[in-house]
Write a protein that binds this ligand. Sequence first.
Ligand code: GRF
Length: 186
Amino acid sequence: MVKKNSCVFISGKGTNLDKLIKNSRLYNFPIKITLIVSNNKKAKGLIYAKKYGIPYLFFDNKKNLSEIKILNEFKKRRIKLICLAGYMRILSKKFIMSFDGIIINIHPSLLPKFKGLNTFEKVMINKEKRTGCSVHYVNKDLDSGKIILKKSFLISKNDTLEIIREKTQKLEHLAYSEAIIKILNK
Ligand code: GRF
């Protein structure tokens, strides 16, 4: 199988990144993670870049010049898929339009419900019966691209915000890889 060169964008813990790297090493998983991008030099998830020997770059997309630089880097490395995994910056429309490949994101709610930040708080305040995560294509509007896959669970009455976060993350770790297989193993 020819694996697609892929890049994962992170800002924080990187548990989704870890799972994606592990799965990408399986023989029939359709991507190879050849680059990691972080906007945050202190992102904990960078330990996985070091652990697995994957090159990483910092990207501050507030600056136009760095967008051009990073797009050139993607071209050079033939990156065809970007997976946003807890990346806390919004990509510019220009960046999204200029990248020659697919960009996907994982979000900790059942989109279109609860776009943006503080998802778990919103789930609690709205007294949702069910929640979960969504993997979707990235377009210029926040958390609004076409859904690839969702996974959900029923909220029990004893579930605290922290428990809901943990349950959601567990599902995310399955959903992201499944979504990649769904779009690439056609
Ligand atoms: C995930 O819950 C993801 O849905 C959200 O940010 C979190 C990142 O977690 N966008 P991690 O860094 O992968 O552990």
